[in-house]
Write a protein that binds this ligand. Structure first.
Ligand code: CA
Length: 664
């Protein structure tokens, strides 16, 4: 999401007096309920509801014939039940009906809400829907599963937005902007080159990371002809898919089925699906579903009772409170089980507490050991949650099953995110070599990396490279092409493409998990817009004609991905292996050179030599004599080799990588 990361700042509170005055302390005494029958259960006994609302004085349930604009067919008084819950039931299976809850608290009736556990909703998520989930599964769903990967470092992650990917007329895709765009095969741009899922397969990525796909607030699902665009970092119903990505938002079954069809299609093509999840804040404050079911409980507050705001979006949730922590854990478990999701990316993860993130990882791995979890290891503002409890990047060693984004490598390679003109190692700025090296070793402890010289982090924060996601750009901030245009104003696009190749080559050969943003492989841009969260399609939609115009760039990315996949040496899983097998040569300004030695991680290459020249002049380096295969040279890369070299004094062309491998 578009929020400026702020490094860990001062923890608030902590003298006893302040604790006693804290408006949130009463929530610690709330009963909690962790049964799997929260809100709605339909079985042979009929339809049952159970709402968690510990302080409500009365609760009513309304049953509706439609998802909006109709009067209730039935109003039911719910009765107080165990652990802060309220219950109601009807003897029929009410498939096809909709419902809402309404609570009275402090003598006042609040607005209606579909609750916090609506697994299906009508248009705009106003009412929860009662549907038969067994009828939402595509054929073969029972045998559906994502790619089996042993470690997260074996993944190649491609971050994408449904609408960016398929909306442009050049995509050749029929269901533009929809989940099922990713079920269409044989689609091409006007030049006949693959688009859509065929493109992903050809590129070779292992996982797509889809921007928020739960039901979000901003796009009016009843008026899709407006062509509204939003990234979706404004959560409404966490456990139902977004309606605007379905072909019929008014039919609650359709969005569920179509999202599953998308996932099945990707799985059938060997591609996993990672969901971007935003449990750290909600779109509304007092009118959110959290507030309308248990006022105050799910959020943190300042001593004056106002919402604290570590998200920069008006509120922050309170994962350290049991019912909220359970909500997060149970919600991701639900997506993993019902939708076969292969991984989760946590937005502003440091708003959550370490214990909850560890529970998330443990519980998900029980469902599927291949599932992985990563997140933004920062907040966007200060939080009442003490720094030592936050799921921060700096605390990732305390979260063995969780990975974090490396802003170290990101900013060091391309220049700082907050200053458009700032350059990085790949665009000729000197003095960033040591920070790039932090990225190369996956932020683990290495005898030749001096963390004191690191720009962002000053210590090896990762316990293993499996805890690091390396990248140079994502949906936030200027994407790579735009960053290169703004920071290299005097250069040609040919020069910038060269810089992009070097930048991604560093990312894709580094220890950790590589991550790229959709369209970088064809050098697309967003017309210089750094925060395009609600920009029109003219900014966000990928023009697939670029696949033709930048065919060489595309081929480079394709070969780079193939190269990484062929070589386990780039995918070591322990800090010890990385320290043992990576040997840096003496770093010079603008030049980083190192060798991955001794068949690292079972690699067929005994040694892989990598030299990155970020400067604008050619550099001469000394490479050990031997029978080397040249993989990358002068802005070209071929996973199977470009030619042979005997080593010795070799020239590394400006702004490029020289990579060689030898089997003995
Ligand atoms: Ca929505």
């Amino acid at each position: 999401m578009k929020i400026l990361p702020v490094l860990a700042s001062i923890a608030l509170c902590c003298n006893v007096e302040a604790m006693a005055e804290n408006p949130d302390s009463k929530f610690l005494n709330y009963p909690v309920y962790n049964g799997d029958d929260l809100e709605l259960t339909v079985d042979n006994v009929g339809t049952r509801w159970r709402l968690w609302s510990p302080e409500a004085e009365e609760v009513e349930l309304y049953v509706y014939p439609t998802g909006r604009n109709s009067s209730p067919e039935k109003t039911i008084k719910m009765t107080k039940a165990e652990n802060g819950t309220w219950a109601a039931s009807m003897p029929e299976k009410l498939y096809g009906k909709f419902y809402t809850f309404r609570i009275k608290q402090g003598g006042k009736w609040l607005k209606e809400t579909p609750g916090v556990w609506a697994k299906a909703v009508g248009a705009n998520g106003e009412r929860a829907a009662i549907i038969d989930f067994s009828k939402t599964n595509p054929s073969g769903w029972e045998n559906d599963k994502g790619p089996a990967i042993k470690h997260i470092t074996d993944a190649i992650i491609y971050e994408m937005h449904h609408r960016d990917f398929s909306e442009h007329p050049s995509s050749g895709i029929a269901n533009k902007g929809k989940f099922i765009a990713l079920t269409e095969h044989g689609t091409t741009n006007p030049e006949g080159e693959s688009t859509g899922i065929d493109h992903l397969k050809d590129l070779g990525v292992t996982h797509v990371h889809i921007l928020p796909s739960y039901d979000y607030n901003s796009v009016d699902e009843t008026n899709l002809q407006l062509n509204q665009y939003n990234w979706g970092y404004d959560p409404l119903n966490y456990n139902s898919p977004e309606g605007s990505y379905s072909t019929n938002p008014s039919d609650p079954t359709v969005r569920v089925r179509e999202m599953k069809e998308m996932i099945k299609s990707l799985h059938d093509n060997g591609i996993g699906v990672i969901m971007d999840v935003v449990y750290n804040h909600t779109a509304d404050n007092d009118d959110s579903n959290f507030s309308l079911t248990a006022p105050g409980y799910y959020y943190r507050h300042r001593p004056d009772g106002s919402y604290s705001d570590a998200s920069g979006c008006g509120n922050e949730t309170a994962s350290e409170r049991r019912q909220m922590g359970d909500f997060i854990v149970n919600s991701v478990k639900y997506w993993a089980k019902e939708y076969h999701i292969d991984g989760f990316r946590f937005d502003l993860m440091a708003i959550h507490d370490i214990e909850t993130m560890n529970r998330v990882a443990e519980e998900l791995k029980k469902i599927n050991p291949n599932i992985f979890i990563y997140g933004e290891g920062w907040t966007a503002g200060d939080s009442p949650l003490p720094v030592e409890q936050r799921a921060l990047k700096e605390n990732v060693a305390k979260m063995p099953g969780v990975a974090v984004f490396s802003d170290d490598i990101r900013d060091a390679i391309k220049g700082h995110y907050s200053d458009a003109a700032d350059r990085g190692f790949a665009t000729g700025k000197k003095g960033l070599e040591e920070t790039v090296k932090i990225g190369i070793v996956g932020a683990t402890s290495h005898p030749q990396v001096d963390y004191k010289k690191g720009n962002n982090s000053k210590f090896p924060y990762a316990a293993a490279p499996t805890q690091i996601v390396n990248y140079v750009s994502c949906h936030d901030d200027l994407m790579l092409t735009d960053k290169l245009r703004k920071s290299m104003p005097e250069a040609t696009d040919a020069d910038r493409k060269r810089a992009a190749r070097l930048a991604q080559t560093i990312v894709f050969t580094s220890q950790g998990t590589p991550f790229m943003f959709t369209g970088e492989e064809i050098f697309r841009d967003k017309k210089g817009v750094h925060n395009s969260y609600k920009s029109p399609d003219s900014i966000n939609a990928i023009d697939w004609n670029l696949r033709h115009q930048n065919a060489e760039q595309y081929e480079y990315y394709r070969q780079l991905i193939k190269f990484r996949k062929a070589h386990p040496a780039f995918r070591m899983t322990t800090a010890e292996e990385v320290a043992k097998h990576i040997k840096f040569d003496k770093t010079e300004p603008g030049l980083i050179s190192y060798t991955i030695t001794d068949h690292a991680n079972g690699d067929e290459f005994k040694d892989i030599k990598l030299i990155f020249n970020g400067s604008s002049s050619p550099r001469t380096v000394k490479v050990a004599k031997g029978n080397w295969t040249v993989i990358a040279e002068d802005g070209k890369l071929n996973a199977d080799g470009l030619g042979q070299s005997k080593g010795g004094n070799l020239i590394v062309a400006p702004r490029s990588a020289l990579i060689l491998g030898r089997v003995k």
